[in-house]
Design a protein around this ligand. Structure first.
Ligand SMILES: [Ca+2]
Ligand SMILES: [Ca+2]
Length: 376
């Protein structure tokens, strides 16, 4: 990133680097929200070794909308990006140690699942997403019945700068918000058919995947694919956030959360594939919407699975009972990857390759979606 122009990044982060973001409202997605504190404690940086793709021909007849990911051995994780231009303020401790991992080949959706694709699934199956279902009083003891209304979490930014210490300043539970009504009653999908579907809970994504004879990727499969055959890069396109001043992902520019400059062209989700694909033909593996993976989250997952003597083959992450988020103990979480249109180097640089996100499985929001894979 040396030689980058400073104007390509945001002004200096207004937050102190040791400032903890503390909020544990169960309605909130994890995502960009958990920032600035190291999750896993110290871990060795490690080094990136080469990506060694599996040999062998690409099978004929690619499934519609999918690209071939050859699989192979690669270095998984990321270095502490603080101090790098555009590296943000987070140590990304949960993405270390960088370690060798091997994954088998698979097909992967070249884009996030779109509203049009999800609508075909719902039309064929009558599926009702988690955000559309009535809330059961027994699941919410003590909550008045009149408050038990279906809905989801929507980005509702203030019109002025606010301290980045409490995500409730820009997230709200909106009754009636769901994939059909991304910002709540009165909103719809008109003109958004080719945008990624949002307000997707983990089970919604899994159910869609099964219907499509696909599955969700493991975190290792997702990262191998997102790296596009390259090793140790900060972004799918290289090591500079905006080469030649070009924005190559739908993230957030300007003051967060109040003043999106839309320098990349989009304040909200963008139609899928609005930006160039990575080396494997995958679009939007950085930004646009977060993508669910099949793994349960814990911050020390890599330390537990890494081997010094060999690559870890096809890791699937910890068991549900072992899932742990120090920022919301007691809430098992699934891994999410890639960041979203709300990620910014002022607050959350999880569009950087190798970084990790997490979310309560029953909680979608208007920046969480998914894509699927299929084993050959
Ligand atoms: Ca944007
Ligand atoms: Ca994405």
């Amino acid at each position: 990133m040396k030689g980058s122009q400073p104007h390509a990044c945001q002004p200096a982060c207004p937050c102190a680097q040791d400032e903890a973001v503390r909020f544990a409202a169960p309605i909130l997605p994890a995502l960009c929200l958990f920032v600035l504190t190291g999750a896993a404690g110290s871990a060795s940086e490690g080094d990136f070794g080469p990506t060694q793709e599996n040999a062998g021909p690409v099978p004929a007849a690619a499934p519609a909308g999918m690209v071939w990911i050859p699989g192979g051995e690669f270095s998984m994780g990321c270095k502490d990006p603080r101090g790098d231009l555009c590296g943000g303020n987070e140590p990304m401790s949960d993405a270390r140690p960088i370690h060798r991992v091997r994954v088998d080949a698979f097909w992967m959706d070249r884009t996030e699942v779109t509203n049009a694709e999800f609508a075909r699934f719902v039309e064929a199956t009558g599926y009702v997403t988690v955000a559309e279902r009535p809330l059961r009083p027994e699941d919410f003891p003590g909550v008045p019945r009149e408050n038990l209304v279906p809905g989801s979490v929507v980005f509702t930014p203030p019109d002025h700068a606010v301290p980045l210490t409490n995500a409730l300043r820009w997230w709200s539970f909106v009754p009636g918000a769901n994939w059909r009504q991304p910002t709540g009653p009165g909103s719809d999908l008109k003109g958004r058919e080719n945008h990624p579907v949002v307000h997707i809970a983990h089970e919604d994504a899994e159910t869609y995947a099964r219907w499509a004879s696909k599955r969700l990727p493991t975190e290792a499969e997702w990262e191998f694919a997102a790296r596009g055959g390259r090793a140790g890069q900060a972004y799918p396109w290289g090591n500079e956030l905006t080469p030649d001043g070009r924005w190559l992902a739908n993230i957030w520019e300007g003051g967060f959360p109040h003043a999106n400059s839309k320098a990349d062209g989009f304040a909200d989700t963008a139609p899928v594939a609005s930006f160039p694909a990575n080396g494997y033909g995958l679009h939007d593996v950085a930004g646009n919407v977060w993508e669910w993976c099949s793994d349960w989250y814990r911050p020390d997952a890599y330390a537990r699975q890494a081997r010094a003597d060999a690559a870890v083959a096809n890791p699937t992450g910890p068991a549900q009972a072992d899932s742990f988020d120090p920022q919301e103990p007691g809430q098992a979480k699934r891994v999410q990857r890639g960041g979203s249109f709300l990620c910014t180097d002022l607050y959350c640089t999880r569009y950087m390759l190798g970084t990790r996100g997490k979310g309560a499985p029953d909680t979608g929001s208007n920046h969480v979606g998914f894509r699927c894979i299929r084993s050959p």
